[in-house]
Design a protein around this ligand. Structure first.
Ligand SMILES: Cc1cc2nc3c(=O)[nH]c(=O)nc-3n(C[C@H](O)[C@H](O)[C@H](O)COP(=O)(O)OP(=O)(O)OC[C@H]3O[C@@H](n4cnc5c(N)ncnc54)[C@H](O)[C@@H]3O)c2cc1C
Length: 449
């Protein structure tokens, strides 16, 4: 049985290895010039919420069947990875809501690549899926690929799409997420331009919910300049300690709505100029988040050329923001309203309500950091069942011989965020097992027939 896996990120490598171990003849297609996708930039935490109750509370709009699948399969997935030589660095996730493990991304990529090759897998770099090919019975019978500008066909008995969604497609990002003019920086590798997603839609696949949502971070806004290796270091991950104002000097979101700050980052994508200012005070600079102080994160923004303003009081900060074209009176009104509301415990009466922690911005120095959202990956994608079989638009039944894994699977994190590495690990293995099982059953029934 021949299985093509499209994409050599974490989901694709896991699917390729699992399928190879189950006896499939695997071809792994990778558009880029290296393997590992976004895993190589990641912090290496593969995690899940502790139970379904917390999962639903944190990610209320996500597909509950797929969330249960992650909960059921994460531990066996981690053990599978460990049994293949991946070294667990720690079992601490640093978040009381989650469980999981931290690995060294480079090491995982190295062992998976070695094992895929050892299991007889064929790995083709610089080979991009261009389209899916249907056989005369309407089943997916292979792919059309483009190598050095030339197209050719690769036949197979099943295809697993793991090409990472469409974060690197500026037109789709503008259409679905920004929903207006502007663009977002990419906080990921550059190759996931939606090839797999769009090819599946052309073949009749159903798109999931959440196409307008994304996982990302607010980073120092341009002219800040930094390399892909600095994605984690420059992240401005302290929204819950700030007042976020847009270019009109107005609040636009509940800055502390969720721990991952996904809601705040998504709301920033809808603001004029696709950017905002984080305003915070001296007390906030001393807060610690994931082993760093907020002050250190602000310093990182300044170091890479981001705009950071400081002042001793509100009026002086408003003057400095006015020099950046933010209306002075609006800044003063917004911050005074906010301070008065949270000081009297009425944060939930503000027009953009404010969850806890909600403290007044008072202690000097007052700081303002210009931020812009950057997209790590899409949250919407292809609709699948719990076998990671891609569903058909017309009848919501599986599209024969087409599977999806990782970011390509949409709808799991709608309304929140869950570990992209866990979805890659769990869905990569499930997709491979489903594909092999279906091909095995087909083979048996053909022999009987
Ligand atoms: C800075 C940073 C930190 C992160 N930290 C964490 C963390 O600690 N924990 C966590 O859970 N998640 C984290 N993530 C997210 C996580 O890395 C991703 O969710 C995960 O790696 C996605 O894996 P994937 O295989 O689904 O997609 P990708 O990694 O995007 O892989 C898709 C692959 O498909 C290839 N491809 C695209 N189009 C084609 C085509 N047409 N033909 C062939 N190949 C194609 C791409 O080149 C790529 O190699 C982080 C991400 C970043 C950027």
């Amino acid at each position: 049985m021949r299985i093509i896996v499209v994409g050599g990120g974490f989901a694709g490598l896991v699917a390729a290895l699992q399928a190879g171990e189950l006896g499939a003849q695997v071809t792994l297609l990778e558009k880029g010039d290296r393997l590992g996708g976004s895993l190589v930039y990641s912090s290496g935490y593969i995690w899940s919420y502790k139970d379904l109750k917390i999962f639903r509370q944190e990610v209320p709009g996500g597909d509950v069947a797929l969330q249960k699948l992650i909960l059921q399969q994460l531990e066996t997935g981690l053990s599978w990875l460990e049994a293949r030589g991946a070294i667990i660095l720690t079992r601490e996730t640093g978040n009381p809501l989650t469980i999981g493990a931290r690995f060294d991304p480079e090491q995982i990529v190295a062992i998976l690549v070695d094992r895929v090759a050892a299991s007889g897998g064929r790995i083709l770099l610089g080979t991009a899926l261009d389209d899916l090919v249907e056989d005369p019975e309407g089943c997916i019978g292979g792919v059309r690929v483009v190598v050095s500008g030339k197209a050719r066909k690769e036949s197979s008995d099943a295809v697993i799409l793991a090409s990472g969604g469409f974060a690197a497609n500026p037109d789709l990002v503008r259409h679905y997420m920004i929903q207006g003019p502007g663009s977002m920086r990419l906080r990921a590798h550059p190759w996931s331009t939606g090839d797999g997603f769009l090819a599946a839609l052309r073949a009749g696949a159903l798109a999931s919910t959440g196409l307008n949502e994304f996982y990302g971070r607010n980073l120092p806004a341009p002219p800040a300049h930094f390399s892909t290796e600095a994605f984690v270091e420059v992240s401005q991950l302290y929204g819950r300690h700030v007042v976020a104002i847009n270019l009109n000097g107005e609040r636009y979101a509940d800055e502390a709505a969720d721990w991952s700050e996904t809601a705040l980052v998504q709301a920033t994508a809808h603001q004029p100029g696709v950017r905002a200012w984080y305003v915070l005070d001296g007390a906030a600079l001393r807060e610690r988040i994931r082993g760093r102080t907020v002050g250190e994160m602000v310093k990182a923004a300044r170091r890479v050329g981001g705009k950071v303003l400081q002042a001793e009081g509100l009026k002086e900060l408003a003057e400095k923001l006015a020099e950046q074209s933010i209306p002075r009176e609006n800044v003063i009104r917004t911050l005074r309203e906010y301070n008065a509301a949270v000081a009297s415990g009425r944060g939930n009466e503000l027009s953009s309500l404010r969850s806890e922690p909600a403290t007044a911005v008072r202690t000097p120095p007052l700081t303002a950091v210009e931020v812009a959202p950057a997209i790590t990956h899409t949250i919407g994608g292809l609709a699948v069942d719990t076998g990671c079989r891609v569903l058909r638009r017309t009848d919501r039944q599986p599209l024969p011989r087409l599977y999806a894994a990782g970011v390509e699977v949409g709808g799991v994190s709608v309304g929140g965020y869950t570990s992209g590495l866990a979805t890659a690990l769990v869905f990569g293995r499930v997709a491979a097992r489903s594909a092999v099982e279906a091909l095995h059953n087909l083979h048996v029934s053909n022999r009987r027939g």
